[in-house]
Design a protein around this ligand. Sequence first.
Ligand code: GDP
Length: 193
Amino acid sequence: MNVHNAEIIISAVSPKQYPETELPEIALAGRSNVGKSSFINTLINRKNLARTSGKPGKTQTLNFYLIEDALHFVDVPGYGYAKVSKTERAKWGEMIETYMTTREQLKAVVSLVDLRHAPTQEDIQMYEFLKYYEIPVIVVATKKDKIPRGKWNKHESIIKKALNFDKSDDFLLFSSQTKEGKEEAWQAIEKYL
Ligand code: GDP
């Protein structure tokens, strides 16, 4: 998809704030700093529409972006911030769980992991959660440009093994610096629209 129009519709915390439309939704999840905002901005051809969320102290919201009047991207606040309190973490968990397990428009989740590192415990938990609820996943391994080409396969294998990756899901390498993986990401997403 070549995106010309994208805008934020609402930052929601509870279901009554979710937009009342039938448009398909693709949610995006990943630990803070994984490159989620950069991924969203690359896909929608914008420099700075999606901003880094999940910083401690910032309101944790589900940000709905309307893309080309065709779908919503739902930006899930980043997990894995050590400084976030237990109460905040519990609230985060409840908000995500409610959204992911009840929202009929949700077609697939883009789960972002860092190609450089083995998945964290939270990455693994997120993947297991999505598999449990039979939500299709597109695993995007970010920051591909930071790993030499000769090591891509090895890093991909480590991630797949740690996640117990299901072959019916998509897996792709991505770089917001070089834009590699952008077309592949859109192809993976468009399968679910
Ligand atoms: P978020 O917290 O997941 O939304 O992460 P951001 O998109 O804000 O990115 C976190 C940091 O990683 C920023 O400094 C980005 O410039 C950097 N970053 C994100 N994606 C890439 C990438 O593909 N390659 C490189 N080299 N850096 C990236």
